[in-house]
Design a protein around this ligand. Structure first.
Ligand SMILES: C[S@@+](CC[C@H](N)C(=O)[O-])C[C@H]1O[C@@H](n2cnc3c(N)ncnc32)[C@H](O)[C@@H]1O
Ligand code: SF4
Length: 373
C-alpha cells in the first residue's frame, strides 16, 4: 500500500507569563505551572495516539520531519523541561528530524533562559522566532507586553552574538501610532543591526471591544506604514515573499510555506489545526480535551483556499489549473496589472506585488464578481 508521508509538524504550547491586550491566540496564564504543564504533556501523548488513528485511516504516515514548528502561546517558557519532553516524545514515537530539517521555536523576550535555549538546541531547534513587536518602549507598554525594552535588547544581543538563526515578529497599525508618530522605519533600522534573516510584519487585528479601539490609526495610515516598511526592507535586501513576511534570499519559513502551498501539515496541541492534502481533511484540536474536530473540504472550498493561499506568496500562481474562462480571467488580470497589483505575469500565471498583497481581500472579491471562483 502506498503511504502519504507527512513531513511537517506544528505543536501549540498554550501558556504565557502574562496576556498582551490584543492577542487572540489560544493561551492561558497557568495557576499551577507543574500541574498544567503535566496535563498539557499528557494531552500531547494522547493527542498523538488519536492522530495516528486518523493517519492510519487515511494511509498517511509521520516518520521523518522536514519542518517542525513549536508555537503558542509562549513555548520558550516550557524551557529545559519542554526540550527534554519533546526529545523523548519524538524518540519514543520513532519520529526523526531530517538532516536538513528546519525546527523553529517561538521565543518571547521576557520568557526564556540560556539553559533552556541550549537544551532546545540539543533537541534540534535551529531557528527562532522572536516576538519583538516594537522597539519603542512606549508602544510595548500600550500593547501590554510582559517584557520591557531592556529585555528586548538583551534578547537581540544574545541571539546575534551567538550567531543564531532568527526571525522577528513586528506589528503595524498599533494604537496611538498616529498620535505619537511611531517611527517604524527607525525601529527596523535598529533591528537590522542584529542581523535577523527573516521578519514577520503583522497588521494588528482587533476584536470588537478592544481596549484601545478608539486610538487605532486610520486605514490610510496603516496602508502607508505597510508600503513604507515593504519598500524599506526590500531596499535592504529582503524579499517580500508573503503578505506579512520578508526574508533574506532562501531564508523563507519553510514550515509556513507548507500552509501557503496547501500541503499536508500534522498538528498537535489545543487549537492547533492540521491538514491532510490527499484526503482534503482539515482537523482542529479542541481546547477542552484531547479531541479534534474533523472537516472534509468540498471541491469549492479547496479551490478557494488554493487561490487565496497561492496569491499570498511571491511565486507565480497558475490560474489555468482552476479557471476555464480564460477571456474573462485575462481581462481581470490586465486590470490588476494596470493598477500595479501584479509583480510578474506569464499569461494566466501571476504573482502579486506588495501593493497587491495589501489589497488581497479585494482581489479575491474581484474573482467572485467576475464569477471566476
Ligand atoms: C502567537 S504569537 C507567539 C509569539 C510570542 N508569544 C510572543 O508574543 O512573543 C505570534 C505573533 O502573532 C502576532 N500577533 C498576535 N496577536 C496579533 C493580532 N491581534 N494582530 C496581529 N498580529 C498578532 C504577534 O506578532 C506575535 O508575535
Ligand atoms: S505573549 Fe504572544 S501568545 Fe502570549 S498573549 Fe502575548 S502575543 Fe499572545
Amino acid at each position: 500500500m502506498k503511504f502519504h508521508h507527512v513531513d511537517s509538524l506544528y505543536i501549540h504550547f498554550p501558556f504565557c507569563r502574562h496576556l498582551c491586550n490584543y492577542c487572540d491566540f489560544y493561551k492561558n496564564v497557568p495557576n499551577d505551572k507543574d500541574l498544567e504543564y503535566q496535563n498539557f504533556e499528557e494531552s500531547l501523548l494522547e493527542g498523538f495516539s488519536e492522530l495516528q488513528k486518523l493517519f492510519d485511516k487515511n494511509n498517511s504516515k509521520i516518520k521523518v520531519l522536514n519542518t517542525l514548528y513549536l508555537g503558542g502561546g509562549t513555548p520558550s517558557l516550557w524551557d529545559v523541561r519542554g526540550a527534554k519532553f519533546l526529545k523523548n516524545f519524538l524518540l519514543e514515537r520513532n519520529i526523526e528530524l531530517s538532516t536538513s530539517a528546519e525546527f523553529t521555536l517561538e521565543v518571547n523576550p521576557g520568557a526564556w533562559t540560556a539553559d533552556g535555549l541550549s537544551a532546545w538546541e540539543s533537541t534540534g531547534v535551529n531557528r527562532y522566532s522572536l516576538g519583538i513587536q516594537s522597539l519603542d518602549a512606549n508602544f510595548l507598554k500600550i500593547i501590554d507586553r510582559v517584557h520591557n525594552i531592556d529585555d528586548v535588547f538583551d534578547t537581540l544581543k544574545f541571539f546575534h552574538s551567538n550567531n543564531l538563526h532568527f526571525s522577528v515578529d513586528f506589528m503595524l497599525g498599533l494604537p496611538f501610532s498616529e498620535k505619537y508618530n511611531r517611527d517604524i522605519i527607525k525601529e527596523l533600522k535598529e533591528i537590522l543591526e542584529y542581523n535577523p534573516e527573516h521578519i514577520s510584519l503583522y497588521i494588528l487585528t482587533t476584536k470588537a471591544g478592544y481596549i484601545h479601539k478608539d486610538h487605532l490609526p486610520s486605514e490610510e495610515y496603516i496602508e502607508k506604514e505597510y508600503m513604507d516598511v515593504s519598500n524599506f526592507l526590500k531596499s535592504k535586501g529582503f524579499e517580500h515573499y508573503e503578505v506579512s513576511n520578508f526574508s533574506k534570499p532562501k531564508k523563507e519559513s519553510r514550515h509556513n510555506l507548507k500552509y501557503w502551498r496547501s500541503e499536508s501539515v500534522a498538528a498537535l496541541g489545543a487549537s492547533a489545526t492540521g491538514f491532510l492534502k490527499e484526503s482534503s481533511i482539515r482537523y482542529k484540536w479542541k481546547v477542552s480535551k484531547g479531541e479534534y474536530v474533523e472537516e472534509v473540504l468540498t471541491d469549492d472550498e479547496k479551490r478557494l483556499e488554493e487561490v487565496y493561499m497561492g496569491l499570498r506568496i511571491n511565486q507565480l500562481y497558475d490560474f489555468s489549473r482552476l479557471i476555464e474562462n480564460s477571456e474573462r480571467l485575462n481581462t481581470l488580470l490586465d486590470e490588476w496589472q494596470e493598477l500595479g497589483y501584479v509583480a510578474e505575469r506569464e499569461g494566466s500565471k501571476v504573482s502579486l506585488s506588495s501593493g497587491g498583497f495589501l489589497v488581497l481581500d479585494s482581489l479575491m472579491n474581484d474573482l467572485f464578481k467576475y464569477d471566476l471562483i
